[in-house]
Design a binder for this molecule. Structure first.
Ligand SMILES: C[S@@+](CC[C@H](N)C(=O)[O-])C[C@H]1O[C@@H](n2cnc3c(N)ncnc32)[C@H](O)[C@@H]1O
Length: 362
């Protein structure tokens, strides 16, 4: 392929490259609309009803889900077009392959990825506020988004935490794990719906867990989830900021995908340093994306950097603190902030496709 002539006015265009790029953008526009169908399939239980069901007609799927056949048929057509579902014209039946069901149908599986699509309606609804924010430099607060963002974020992160938090990440911090097994005090800061908190609580029955988040509706949801799981005696949730949460002598203070969302990550880490017990550890979990923009041209990097535009950077700016990092500030920046906060020991303890996990101490 001929090299691009560059972007100057009147420069000759390589029409083959124009066409290739046009194809790509049209593919993306299809994916952007189809994301709504993925969310519908998730929230209406269509994927769950197709998992293990074998080939189904649209009428059979409608009957299984209690939905209207005409809508279900249209949804199925879109699923076939996106190659999520296969279609057999001779029997007029649709099949969700088992490998696709593992990604779309069961929130308990580590490969479940449909949850994030719940957040899309909130992300797209932010557009007008972002247009204003780009012009003024003001933020868009986490709490200003629609409730779908909070539920969608929790659904998105939960499978990764369920797969890795206890078996891998805490196992990579042997001293922390030992303390948790014996009985430790843990703060989970910026806990959102608290799935990280309850996962740890289930694994370490001798320890006590205190979830904090400045967003009241998320804390209320977290309390409901802990109650349902019968964990309320060892797990509490309280509305508090990362810079002033109560308590002291914590053996472990965790920040799951939230430190960069605060306007004052240095203040949060300084407060954590003050609240740690002697020999205590902070666990800082951040997205697995690079501070070098040229290194994020991959599916995860794309999702992470776009989420930073939509939510993370505006959330931090809305807090009017000293630093709005965005979600791919990188290890060195985070490490310097921790060092200034009195947390001089910094170690990359574990990594997953989505996250980097740092063990941080005095
Ligand atoms: C991306 S969500 C992650 C939530 C949760 N830790 C998880 O992994 O599912 C970021 C969370 O940080 C919280 N947050 C942002 N700024 C905060 C602050 N200054 N103090 C406390 N929580 C904050 C938000 O309310 C939100 O729940």
């Amino acid at each position: 392929m001929a090299a691009s002539a560059g972007g100057g006015p009147g420069a000759a265009l390589d029409q083959e490259r124009v066409q290739e790029f046009l194809d790509r953008v049209i593919t993306d526009s299809g994916a952007a609309v189809a994301g709504l169908c993925t969310s519908l399939g998730d929230r209406l239980g269509l994927y769950a009803a197709m998992a293990d069901a074998g080939p189904l007609t649209s009428a059979q799927l409608a009957a299984r889900t209690g939905l209207v056949e005409r809508y279900v048929r249209e949804w199925l057509a879109a699923q076939v077009a996106g190659e999520y579902v296969t279609y057999a014209p001779d029997t007029d039946t649709y099949l969700l392959p088992a490998e696709h069901a593992a990604v779309l149908a069961d929130p308990e599986l580590p490969t479940y990825a449909a949850g994030f699509f719940t957040a899309m309606q909130a992300l797209y609804a932010t557009e007008d506020a972002l247009i204003e924010a780009f012009r003024t430099g003001e933020g868009v607060g986490w709490e200003e988004h629609g409730p779908a963002l909070f539920a969608g974020t929790a659904k998105f992160f939960r499978p990764g935490y369920a797969a890795s938090l206890v078996p891998e990440w805490l196992s990579a911090m042997a001293d922390v794990r030992e303390k948790l097994e014996r009985g430790a005090q843990v703060a989970d800061v910026g806990c959102g719906y608290g799935y990280s908190t309850t996962l740890m609580a289930r694994a370490f029955p001798r320890s006590h867990f205190h979830g904090f988040d400045f967003h009241r509706p998320s804390i209320e949801a977290a309390r409901g989830i802990a109650d349902e799981e019968g964990l309320a005696d060892r797990v509490s949730f309280e509305v508090a900021t990362a810079q002033d949460f109560p308590g002291e002598d914590f053996d472990l203070i965790t920040f799951f995908d939230c430190l960069h969302d605060t306007g004052d990550p240095g203040g949060a880490l300084h407060h954590a340093e003050q609240a740690l017990a002697y020999g205590g550890t902070c666990m800082v979990v951040e997205p697995n994306a690079s501070e070098k923009v040229q290194e994020n041209a991959n599916p995860i990097g794309r999702a992470v950097t776009a989420s930073s535009v939509a939510v993370c950077l505006p959330s931090a700016l809305a807090q009017h603190g000293p630093q709005a990092l965005g979600n791919h500030a990188g290890e060195e920046v985070m490490r310097e902030i921790a060092d200034e906060a009195g947390l001089h020991h910094w170690r990359l303890a574990a990594e997953s496709p989505l996250n980097r996990v740092y063990a941080v101490g005095r």
